[in-house]
Design a protein around this ligand. Structure first.
Ligand SMILES: Cc1cc2nc3c(=O)[nH]c(=O)nc-3n(C[C@H](O)[C@H](O)[C@H](O)COP(=O)(O)O)c2cc1C
Length: 354
């Protein structure tokens, strides 16, 4: 029975979203407890154990596990420990009754996914009623002018991103170019991206940073940033997850993000997350942005804060482009379940540790 319990929890936890599908966690199962903590799975991890993106994802894992025990134990039985440089989640196995998990709960967890394809233009009917109660943490942006203003901020941050060698290496270390690479179960399968004809070839061409740097002198980063934000501009609605900067608030936003994403997908609404404003904003705050880009990124943050009417203590944790899907996307894969229960191993190559 315990191994069935563990298998169900592993499946729920590993389906959580992570930046570039990095899956930065490991699970530990004892006779009494199922636990989860940080584990670096790729040679490049720009976020680390307590980075913003990692904490958002950890919040999503927490939410998935809490949903699995909510009936009948109540989600309070899932414990979170958050220190300055580590975190863990623990769940007493005695409190988990697999037979009590409603079918739609597991279907919601496993059905949540990223959709990077174009969406229909029509408005989402009854959007407010689909969203979980989240107080001020969740802002709906439906006015076209406001979406365009956010898109302009996103585009500025995207330009900075395409000029940043560290982010370039991170992206290209994450990409999985063909079926054999995608089968590793980690990283960004090219088939999940929405690229124009020739886009894949062009990405191959720009993979070496030296070449990208030269292309950037010709302004290629402008073209890429415009392409990166084109679908965002056309979105029938955008959701902004906002809140304070403390690690606990980021974690709780991760839970709200997951709740929102599951609810929307279950209602047939597609979700495409955009993290560039948050990421570049974090780099600016940490003094890790290249000097040429601090002004434009700072302006982009100010403008986005104005559109969303953010209070001084609030910032953007994530943006979602949402809408009715035109086509089902290719679903991103995961590392095999057993990998998450194996002992930590240091990453040994550019590829994921499997
Ligand atoms: C913190 C975070 C940042 C993300 N940023 C982006 C992003 O900027 N653009 C994007 O297309 N997807 C982004 N994603 C989506 C992930 O790439 C996606 O969740 C992952 O590849 C797994 O796919 P799935 O959501 O379909 O399970 C982000 C997800 C998280 C949790």
């Amino acid at each position: 029975m315990t191994s069935d319990k563990v298998a169900r929890l592993v499946d729920a936890a590993r389906s959580a979203p992570s930046a570039d599908n990095s899956q930065p966690w490991r699970f530990v199962a004892t006779a009494d407890e199922f636990g989860c903590h940080y584990c670096r799975r790729s040679a490049v991890d720009p976020f680390g154990a307590s980075g913003h993106a990692t904490l958002l994802s950890a919040g999503a894992v927490h939410e998935n596990l809490a949903r699995m025990v909510a009936a009948p134990a109540g989600d309070g039985v899932v414990n979170r420990r958050l220190d300055s440089d580590s975190w863990s989640i623990a769940l007493p196995l005695a409190q988990f009754q697999p037979a009590a998990v409603p079918r739609e709960v597991e279907a919601g967890i496993s059905g949540r996914h990223t959709n990077r394809r174009p969406f229909r233009k029509d408005r989402i009917s009854g959007l407010a009623s689909l969203l979980p109660a989240a107080g001020d943490s969740l802002r709906v942006v439906a006015a076209h002018e406001a979406i365009l203003a956010l898109a302009a901020s996103l585009e500025s941050c995207s330009r900075a991103r395409f000029n940043d060698p560290e982010l370039h290496h991170w992206l290209f270390s994450s990409l999985r170019w063909d079926e054999a690479e995608a089968a590793s179960g980690t990283g960004l399968d090219m088939a999940t991206l929405h690229l124009p004809p020739g886009g894949r070839l062009f990405m191959r061409f720009m993979a070496p940073w030296e070449r990208m740097r030269l292309l950037n002198r010709l302004g290629i980063y402008r073209v890429l940033a415009a392409a990166d934000t084109a679908l965002f501009r056309q979105a029938p609605a955008v959701l902004a997850l906002v809140g304070g900067s403390g690690p606990e608030e980021v974690w709780e936003t991760g839970r709200i993000m997951q709740r929102t994403w599951i609810a929307l997908n279950q209602a047939g609404v597609a979700v495409h997350p955009y993290y560039a404003i948050t990421d570049l904003g974090n780099r600016l705050a940490a003094g890790r942005l290249l000097p040429d880009w601090t002004r434009s990124v700072g302006k982009a943050l100010d403008s986005a804060a104005e559109v969303l009417n953010l209070a001084p203590r609030e910032r953007i944790h994530m943006l979602f482009r949402i809408g009715y899907p035109t086509r089902s996307p290719v679903r991103s894969r995961r590392l095999p379940a057993a990998t998450f229960l194996a002992a930590d191993r240091p990453p040994s190559s550019r590829q994921a540790v499997a």
